[in-house]
Design a protein around this ligand. Structure first.
Ligand code: DMJ
Length: 464
């Protein structure tokens, strides 16, 4: 099948006929009251949390099948990542005793003066954001101080870069930076945290660094207003011509442009978002069997690349971003495309060919992006469909990812039963269960009319 280079509707392939797979069925009606489902989600979160506490307390992550801990950033050194990731989820779920234990641990163990290298992007969206959000839910000043101290240790990525677009890695103690070839998501996904830090500390340097990084990249857009995917931060230009669009490793670059406007009121990032989104809708959006997808294109010509039809599960978040950014019709259509994949597989494979929905990589890292999209679309539309589909997602991970020691990633969603792995990514404490809970719970601690979450699910605004 030839993919149209411009937006065009085409009929054709039916996805997954008589499927031997463990697909999900979307209930016509919720099987229980929203309150009851919220309680189930909370119970499942606690099941995963208890596994972490039993086997890996104080370490970054847990391997729930073998019952072993794992480091995330630096081999041989843990920051208690899962604890930081869970803070605001514990708060909205009103698990205050658990939150208290986390505060106690962090107060005595948090230490960033480590002779080791971290990936700036991951350290920012997980730890800096987690500590800011943790500060909001606890009002413990040491968390804000720690967020700022860590941001300062990440800062050489920006200040040592000739273009202002950040290097990827930094040694926390020495400030030595490494890897000048950075993907867009790693360049752009900091304005929420850095902007908030500037607001909280009164020091504008964080926000200015984020804006400079964005400008360095956006100044190099093509005449079509498309972007490459990798940027050489020393040369100040793109490396290669592939525009991955909403797929990783570009994804949250776009998310944070809109966040700059919605959370921080920056009209400059709003205008960039609109300009770049218009171009993606013009050149990357395609319809296959009526379903909306985003193909990879050459950013200089707008033409599809050799692997245009490869899409990542991580791109599913883009449904909510399109809707948040004002294009509700495209957002809802893109969500429907991913719902078809959920129905086919139950647990969505990491990489797909969107032409026939075949799985190109059959694993699933307990990915939250579909639930993320359901969450925002629920709050934007209040349409019951988003609760019903979110329930189907919840039911599928409960049926396939639950193990005695918590929840685990899946190695192969195509086998019956699905082949489980042995890993619980810390982001699932911040994302999957929180999105699901807040879709169903009428939480007195969350303001669904006025919130903003970072790309890792941290509540940066909207806590009550
Ligand atoms: C999370 O760390 C964040 O959502 C990030 O933006 C990319 N995806 C992972 C979870 O899949």
């Amino acid at each position: 099948m030839v993919i149209p280079s411009r937006r065009r509707f085409c009929a054709g392939l039916a996805a997954g006929a008589a499927s031997p797979l463990l697909g999900a069925s979307i209930p016509r009606r919720l099987p229980a009251t929203p309150k009851r489902i919220a309680a189930q989600v909370r119970d499942e979160f606690l099941h995963a949390w208890n596994g972490y506490k039993q086997y890996a307390w104080g370490f970054d992550e847990v391997r729930p099948v073998s019952g072993k801990p794992a480091d995330f950033f630096i081999d041989g050194h843990s920051f208690g990542l899962s604890i930081v990731e869970a803070l605001d989820t514990l708060y909205v779920m009103e698990l205050d005793d658990e939150l208290g234990h986390c505060v106690d641990w962090l107060r005595t163990h948090l230490e960033f003066d480590v002779d080791g290298e971290v990936e700036m992007f991951e350290a920012n969206i997980r730890l800096v954001a987690g500590l800011i959000s943790g500060y909001y839910v606890t009002r413990e000043r040491f968390m804000l101080d720690a967020a700022r101290a860590l941001a300062d240790r990440l800062f050489p990525c920006f200040t040592k870069s000739p273009s202002g677009a950040p290097y990827r890695f930094v040694n926390l103690r020495s400030g030595v930076v490494r890897d000048a070839k950075a993907p867009l998501a790693e360049i752009g996904s900091n304005i929420l945290e850095f902007g908030d830090l500037s607001r909280l500390t009164g020091d504008p340097k964080y926000l200015l660094a984020s804006l400079r990084a964005y400008r360095a990249v956006i100044d190099k857009r093509s005449a079509l207003d498309l972007l490459g995917t990798y940027f050489d931060v020393e040369k100040g230009d793109f490396v290669g011509a592939d525009d991955a669009g909403p797929n990783p490793p570009s994804d949250s670059f776009y998310e944070y442009l809109w966040g700059g406007w919605q959370m921080l009121g920056l009209s400059e990032t709003r205008d960039w978002y609109r300009m770049l989104t218009d171009a993606l809708l013009e050149y990357a959006a395609v319809r296959i069997d009526g379903r909306l997808w985003f193909q990879r294109v050459d950013y200089t010509t707008g033409q599809p690349t050799a692997t245009a039809w490869r899409t990542s599960e991580l791109a599913a978040f883009y449904a909510e971003l399109l809707a948040k950014g004002g294009d509700r019709a495209s957002g809802e259509a893109y969500y429907d495309s991913w719902t078809t994949v959920l129905e086919k597989y139950g647990v969505i494979p990491e990489v797909l060919d969107f032409r026939d929905l075949s799985a190109l990589r059959p694993s699933n890292d307990l990915r939250p992006e579909y639930a993320n999209a359901a969450f925002d679309l629920w709050w934007i539309t209040h349409e019951e469909k988003y609760r019903r589909t979110a329930f189907a997602y919840f039911d599928a991970i409960r049926a396939n990812c639950r193990v005695a020691g918590g929840y685990t990633t899946i190695r192969d969603v195509l086998t019956k039963p699905m082949t489980q792995d042995d890993y619980f990514p810390a982001y699932a404490f911040s994302e999957n269960f929180k999105y699901l809970y807040l879709i169903f719970a009428d939480s007195p601690r969350f303001d669904g009319a006025n919130y903003y979450l970072n790309t890792e699910g941290k509540i940066m605004r909207g806590l009550k």
